[in-house]
Design a protein around this ligand. Structure first.
Ligand code: G3I
Length: 352
């Protein structure tokens, strides 16, 4: 009898130890460190572009708050969204995003104060008509000044980085973009936009954000030259944003790293601001390796302090909505389950 009780004791003890280990394993599986925690511990921004109407979806908001320490309004800080007519402001979408960030202890990347690019305007329509119709330099400059002042003062409390200008270069080649604003006012307007933003929000870091400039080559060189000219002319530029829409796959990691090092040498902070990597053949492991390469390049260069994704779930991405290209470019699937790319980022951020 006593021997049976003794045996039973050991069985129970062993059983409970095993089940404690099992529970520990489940605990580890159920609550691994989030990307947000891993990035925050390394003093990095990990961000996602967001839409205000999606903040009605619980799975969307839970994932967004859990995994990201920074958010970028995908469209709702833009000129066309905030001020489609002079002095007629639409703040609902931006306010909703700002309230979400404040409530969840996140910072906003303010995208974007002025997006003058002519090719993008043809594609999407990025400037209101009254801006394009303003032919007198003084009128045009007044519109820019008023717009910057309105947006920056409204959101400065929660925005610690601004994309003051988006896409100053030609999209598909390397020259300065001959858009209406730059043709009318010269590059001087860009310097003034940085100075004005700095005066309104002196603690924020101010960025030039550019597309298709992540590889060595003419466009990268032209961007370095432009930023150097703007700095020499007195523009308070603190960072360079490289969008990272790698629609045909990212550059080789060493190429990306060498581009990042050039920016570091110029003394600027670096952010990958709009990362997405489409998959058209179902090879999600390759996509994961590509995400790991981009994160690896950023982690290898001290000045690189941010990776923001252009969305986070394949359920909602501009590639589905606007381009009709259902190419699963993000790190959560359409059911909010983490994909191999999520695990790749997690692993990269977990390494010493
Ligand atoms: O909300 C309206 C909707 O009411 C209307 O029915 C529909 C009809 O076309 O348009 C909807 O608005 C569109 C909006 O996306 C929401 O889907 C706009 O027309 C369209 O111009 C807008 O496109 C955005 C584009 O920038 C232009 O602002 C994309 O969502 C957004 O992902 C894209 O983001 C840009 C970055 O700002 C800069 N870098 C490139 C990046 C991708 O193009």
């Amino acid at each position: 009898m006593r021997r049976n009780a003794f045996a039973l004791f050991w069985v129970i003890l062993f059983g409970s130890l095993l089940s404690a280990c099992d529970n520990d394993d489940k605990e580890r599986q159920a609550s691994p460190d989030t990307l947000r925690k891993l990035a925050t511990d390394r003093q990095l921004y990990i961000g996602a572009a967001v839409y205000p109407h999606l903040l009605d979806e619980t799975r969307y908001t839970e994932t967004l708050a859990r995994e990201f320490n920074s958010i970028t309004p995908e469209n709702h800080f833009k000129w066309l969204a905030t001020e489609p007519e002079p002095g007629e402001y639409h703040w609902e979408g931006g306010d909703r995003i700002a309230a979400f960030a404040r409530a969840n202890g996140q910072k906003i990347r303010g995208h974007t104060l002025v997006w003058p690019n002519s090719f993008s305007h043809q594609q999407f329509g990025v400037l209101p008509d009254y801006v394009l119709d303003a032919s007198a330099p003084e009128t045009l400059q007044n519109h820019i000044d008023a717009h910057i002042e309105a947006v920056v003062t409204r959101y400065a409390d929660v925005t610690d980085r601004w994309d003051v200008i988006n896409e100053p270069l030609r999209t598909l080649s390397a020259g300065v973009d001959p858009n209406h604003i730059t043709v009318t006012l010269g590059e001087e307007w860009i310097v003034r936009a940085f100075q004005q933003t700095h005066a309104l929000d002196p603690d924020a870091d101010l960025y030039v954000n550019e597309a298709l400039a992540e590889s060595p080559g003419n466009k990268h060189e032209a961007l370095l030259a432009l930023v150097q000219r703007l700095l020499d002319a007195g523009a308070p530029i603190h960072g360079i944003g490289l969008q990272g829409h790698f629609l045909g796959g990212p550059p080789a990691r060493e190429d990306l790293e060498s581009v990042l090092r050039d920016w570091q040498e110029l003394g600027l902070k670096i952010a990958i601001t709009e990362l997405d990597i489409p998959v058209r053949d179902g090879d999600f492991e390759r996509q994961a390796a590509q995400y790991a390469d981009v994160m690896g390049a950023c982690l290898a260069v001290e000045a690189c302090i941010e990776i923001t994704l252009w969305g986070f779930t394949d359920r909602h991405t501009w590639l589905n909505d606007f381009m009709g290209d259902h190419s699963a470019p993000l790190i959560f699937d359409a059911d909010y389950q983490p994909k191999p790319a999520y695990r790749a980022l997690h692993e990269a951020l977990s390494q010493d």
